[in-house]
Design a protein around this ligand. Structure first.
Ligand code: AMP
Length: 415
């Protein structure tokens, strides 16, 4: 039977024009902020070989175990819609020999990502991220710069109530020892843990810090933390990142229980949250991933990066859709004037003004109403006798204007 109505697939949404304008603003502020600091744009395909994410993100993570949109293509290859941007960018870095360029390579990206999660406010199956990667530097300066740029971006968009949480996971070597200690601790409290955490003690013990259930949370409140056990180099690196943030006046709080959902992180991790958003309160986060490029078959390469969710940022901004407004609406008092109105509008476009004409055959009154609806600042009325009247929509003032003066008048307004 034919379906009478279709809806966007579960967890996805359409971006309608009014919202698109706010999105565009978020993206353009992001691009401006990151370009100013010398980051360059990169774009990778929306799908990759599944193996890239299994290896890069980690087989024990929720993202890989449960959330990937994976399918077989016609050639029998396993393909996955990208759930995140870092592994693909590291793949591109290696594929294009970017390790031979002056380091670090500083990149940013934006676009859609896909995770088969249970949809709720702020959590979608197709969402959009803007992200940054600094590949080829182990300097704490790179960590601090990345964090400050995300902080700046959120400040420039006036996202209210943002808090920065900071932690360190140590390097892969030093983490091993800690993970054994944590596993032993978890085993000694097995009965109090949720089944999910219990089943993953060996696979991914750090995720116990992220659990929601009360039993696990109570156990984790007294669990040993990595931040307390960082060894010499890791501790120095972390102290340096902290002092750089302090010197720059970027407020943060240390969160010893901070973990991230992807396996590749080492040393610094951070998360920008807006508690007012509720359950899905993180607007952006990231960290250092010194082992990932090697894991993907490249040379040892230190790197740091973050990703921020565009929808989360918009939710936190409480952004309301607003009409863009137009410089002028050209209203034809009679049908004879419609052709001239269109020609004049095109002329105004060439001069850089936004101008519209009626395409729906409205009478003059209807055109004025429509001009108001689309937020036109001025209406140029083309009278039946060919004379022109310029009306300021805010003041309601209306006066005759000579055809040769129209552009000057409107550009004066525009400035
Ligand atoms: P991650 O790639 O998991 O580190 O997430 C980075 C950011 O992407 C988060 O802080 C969120 O703002 C956003 N994000 C992640 N997953 C989703 C999702 N399913 N829906 C909407 N935004 C998301």
């Amino acid at each position: 039977m034919a379906r009478s109505s279709y809806q966007a697939p579960r967890g996805t949404f359409d971006v309608l024009p009014a919202e698109k304008r706010i999105r565009r603003r978020v993206e353009s502020v992001a691009i401006a902020t990151l370009s100013r600091a010398g980051y360059e744009p990169i774009a990778t395909p929306v799908f990759e070989d599944t193996d890239l994410f299994e290896r890069g993100v980690g087989r024990s993570t929720d993202v890989v175990r449960k959330e990937m949109f994976t399918f077989e293509d016609k050639g029998g290859r396993s393909i996955t819609l990208r759930p995140e941007g870092t592994a693909p960018i590291c793949r591109a870095y290696l594929e294009h020999g970017m390790h031979k360029l002056a380091q670090p390579v500083k990149l940013y990206y934006r676009g859609p990502f896909f995770r088969h999660e249970r949809p709720q406010a702020g959590r979608y199956r197709q969402f959009h991220q803007v992200g940054l990667e600094t590949i080829g530097s182990d300097s704490p300066l790179a960590d601090a710069e990345a964090i400050m740029l995300l902080s700046d971006l959120l400040a420039e968009l006036a996202v209210p109530g943002v808090q920065l949480r900071l932690g360190s996971l140590g390097s892969l070597g030093s983490r091993k020892e800690y993970l054994e200690e944590l596993k032993a601790y978890l085993r000694s409290h097995e009965a109090e843990l949720s089944k999910e955490v219990r089943d993953r003690i060996d696979l991914n013990p750090l995720r116990a810090f992220d659990a929601d259930d009360e039993g696990t949370r109570a156990v984790m409140a007294s669990a040993p933390t990595l931040v307390e056990r960082l060894d010499g180099d890791d501790a120095r690196h972390f102290a340096e990142v902290r002092s750089l943030l302090e010197a720059a006046g970027t407020p943060y709080e240390i969160d010893p229980t901070l973990v991230r959902g992807l396996d590749y992180y080492t040393r610094t991790i951070f998360s920008f949250v807006c508690p007012a958003l509720g359950a899905q309160s993180e607007v952006g986060g990231g960290g250092r991933y010194d082992g990932l490029i090697e894991q993907l078959g490249g040379p040892p390469t230190a790197a740091v990066g973050w990703a921020a969710g565009i929808e989360r940022i918009m939710l936190a901004m409480g952004a309301e859709s607003a009409p863009t407004g137009r410089d002028v609406f050209l209203a034809a008092a009679g049908d004879d004037q419609r052709q001239r109105a269109l020609a004049l509008a095109i002329e105004l476009h060439h001069a850089g003004l936004s101008a519209e004409v009626d395409l729906a055959g409205r009478g003059l009154k209807g055109q004025l109403k429509h001009a108001n609806r689309i937020g036109a600042r001025n209406v140029l009325i083309l009278e039946e006798d060919g004379s022109l009247q310029l009306r300021g929509m805010e003041t309601g003032d209306q006066r005759p204007v000579a055809p040769s003066a129209v552009l000057d008048e409107l550009q004066g307004e525009h400035r």
